[in-house]
Write a protein that binds this ligand. Structure first.
Ligand code: DQA
Length: 145
C-alpha cells in the first residue's frame, strides 16, 4: 500500500535557493520535493510538500496529516525555536516525525540551539544541506515499512 509522507516547511523556506545561499545552498524547494519523491518511490511511497510563512497554517497542515500522512518530515525554520503550538500539534500526530535543518543550527547563534520540536521528533538531521530531507525520507520509509 502506498503511504504518503508530508514534508512541512516553515517561514522563509519558499525563498530556498535565493535566500542566504552561502548558508542554505542554491537548490530550491521544488528540487527538494523531486529528490524526496524519488527516494520515497524506491520504497513504494509518495510525498507531499507544503510550505507556509504562517504558524497557524503549519498547525492546520499537521492536523490534516493526522488523516492523510503516515509520517512527517518537518523543517519548522524559525518556528523551531519559538513554537509550542507546532510542538503540541506534532504531539497529536501518531506517526514518525523527523526534524530537518539544512544548516547546522548548533554551529550558529545560541538562540538556534534550542528546539521545541525536538521534544517530539523521533530523529533530527542538521547540517547536511538539502540532502538532509532525502535522508529523513529514507529514515521514515524504514520506520513505516
Ligand atoms: C533552519 C534553521 C533555523 O534556525 C532558521 O530559522 C531557518 C532554517 C535550517 O534549515 O537550517 O529558517 O531551520
Amino acid at each position: 500500500m502506498v503511504k504518503t509522507i508530508h514534508i512541512l516547511n516553515g517561514p522563509n523556506l519558499n525563498l530556498l535557493g535565493k535566500r542566504e545561499p552561502e548558508i542554505y545552498g542554491h537548490e530550491t524547494l521544488a528540487d527538494v520535493e523531486s529528490a524526496c519523491a524519488a527516494v520515497a518511490a524506491e520504497r513504494g511511497h509518495a510525498v507531499r510538500l507544503f510550505q507556509s510563512n504562517h504558524e497557524g497554517e503549519i498547525v492546520e497542515q499537521i492536523h490534516r496529516a493526522r488523516d492523510e500522512a503516515a509520517a512527517i518530515v518537518i523543517n519548522p525554520a524559525a518556528y523551531t525555536h519559538t513554537s509550542v503550538a507546532i510542538l503540541d500539534a506534532l504531539n497529536a500526530f501518531e506517526g514518525p516525525v523527523i526534524e530537518v535543518h539544512i544548516s547546522n543550527v548548533h554551529k550558529r547563534e545560541a538562540f538556534r540551539h534550542h528546539s521545541y520540536v525536538s521534544l517530539r521528533a523521533d530523529g533530527v538531521i542538521a547540517g547536511c544541506g538539502v540532502e538532509g530531507y532525502a535522508l529523513a525520507i529514507r529514515r521514515v520509509c524504514s520506520l513505516i515499512g
